[in-house]
Design a protein around this ligand. Structure first.
Ligand SMILES: [Zn+2]
Length: 412
């Protein structure tokens, strides 16, 4: 049953359709249409920081069933400006790869870019203060942290990078993201950290609103632009930001900020009711297994996270009964595949645990890369398969029982 069909006015080939809604939660099954193909939602989004995946060939990506890739504007900044090739030239070279980003990926696949704001903010923190997307229990940031390396004005953020003075603001972010050419781009927002107080967050929400309007005015109309809701861990600020950003004519919405795992659900319950139901919602930088379900329960359609790829590179593999560290000695003579019945390239090619262990522990760069590739192929497939099963359960109307069963086995 089709509940809503909404197409954006920006492009005839872009839009979002909700196919079915879960009766017990805010979870929904949908289709996000982009000029580079469709994305069945909910969907995992894989992070290809520089517009590529280390140790993977372009043809490997479709084999993992990946639907959507996000690249970082900050990391593509220099190369996209140095690229003299126009979109037309790129298109002539390879008919399908018509953007800087698909050209980088070597693949015709739907793409996203972030605004660059998160990387700029990260520069504000010293090496000792590991305040990332999450504050983990063991990282106790120094209370005396200072944003000495960045200066925020009404126009954007001044910062020092590699010894040079630099600047990034909403207009430049839109320009860079247009040149990179992703299907879905994000507004430039002022990100805060869990250390920031109410007043700092209040000002950040105001500035994010102001920058959102600039992004809407200066964006490339061929791209879908998602506005970002901020507000930290303050309920009234989150609601204020969701109301204001949600009212603006964005094509979708991103929910940003730093929070602990427990705070994700609470924060989404504040924000999501104020966002337009018919538009897609993306949760930035979240994607552990338990978080995937929390996000979907709360009406999130897409989410990106480095976990599947980063962990694969360290030999941390996912199975339906939890994690496995393939580097452990216990696997040195284990001839079994990573997970019986897994449909990934690694398992279906019958590559054994001991073989993967030997490769990933090898100091020879080529052999090590081979091992990492087997791990990447498995982990990415694992997450895509999980999302595929979630979508199937939503279609059947049995999402709740699927979730309970899956988590029970995964955490056992
Ligand atoms: Zn596998």
């Amino acid at each position: 049953m089709i509940n809503t069909i909404k197409k954006t006015h920006h492009s005839s080939t872009a839009g979002f359709t909700i196919i079915k809604k879960d009766k017990q939660t805010r979870a929904r099954l949908g289709i996000l249409t982009t000029p580079h193909g469709i994305i069945k939602t909910p969907s995992y989004v894989f992070v290809g920081t520089y517009g590529k995946f280390l140790h993977l060939k372009p043809s490997d990506i479709p084999k993992t069933k990946s639907q959507l890739v996000i690249a970082n504007t900050f990391h593509l900044w220099d190369t996209v400006l140095q690229s003299n090739k126009s979109m037309r030239q790129l298109a002539e070279k390879n008919k399908k790869l018509d953007t800087f980003l698909t050209q980088k990926l070597g693949l015709n696949i739907p793409t996203m870019t972030d605004s660059g704001g998160f990387q700029v903010l990260s520069l504000a923190f010293g090496d000792k203060n590991k305040v990332g997307k999450f504050m983990t229990g063991d990282s106790k940031p120094d209370a005396s942290y200072k944003r000495s390396k960045i200066r925020i004005t009404q126009k954007g953020v001044h910062f020092n990078f590699k010894g040079e003075k630099s600047f990034l603001g909403p207009k430049l972010s839109m320009k860079l993201q247009s040149k990179i050419g992703a299907d879905i781009i994000f507004a430039f927002d002022q990100i805060t950290s869990p250390l920031d107080d109410y007043e700092y967050n209040r000002k950040a929400v105001e500035l994010t609103d102001k920058w959102a309007k600039i992004c809407l005015k200066t964006r490339d109309p061929k791209q879908m632009l998602f506005g970002i809701v901020q507000g930290g861990l303050f309920k009234d600020l989150r609601i204020k930001s969701a109301k204001s950003i949600g009212f603006m004519p964005f094509d979708g919405f991103g929910i940003g900020g730093s929070y602990t795992k427990k705070q994700i659900s609470k924060m989404l319950k504040w924000v999501v009711p104020y966002l337009p139901e018919e538009k897609p919602r993306h949760l930035l930088g979240v994607g552990k297994v338990a978080d995937v379900f929390e996000a979907i329960d709360n009406g999130i359609d897409t989410f990106d996270c480095v976990i599947p790829t980063r962990e694969a590179r360290h030999g941390r593999l996912y199975t339906k009964t939890g994690h496995m560290d393939i580097r452990r000695g216990a696997f040195s003579n284990d001839k079994k595949v990573i997970e019986k019945g897994c449909g990934c390239l690694t398992c279906s090619s019958k590559i054994s645990r001991s073989k993967i262990r030997a490769l990933i522990k090898n100091e020879d760069r080529e052999l090590n890369a081979k091992g990492q590739r087997w791990c990447l192929m498995h982990n990415m497939w694992f997450f895509n398969n999980l999302l595929n099963e979630i979508r199937a359960s939503l279609a059947r109307g049995s999402y709740q029982s699927y979730k309970t069963k899956f988590l029970k086995k995964f955490n056992s």
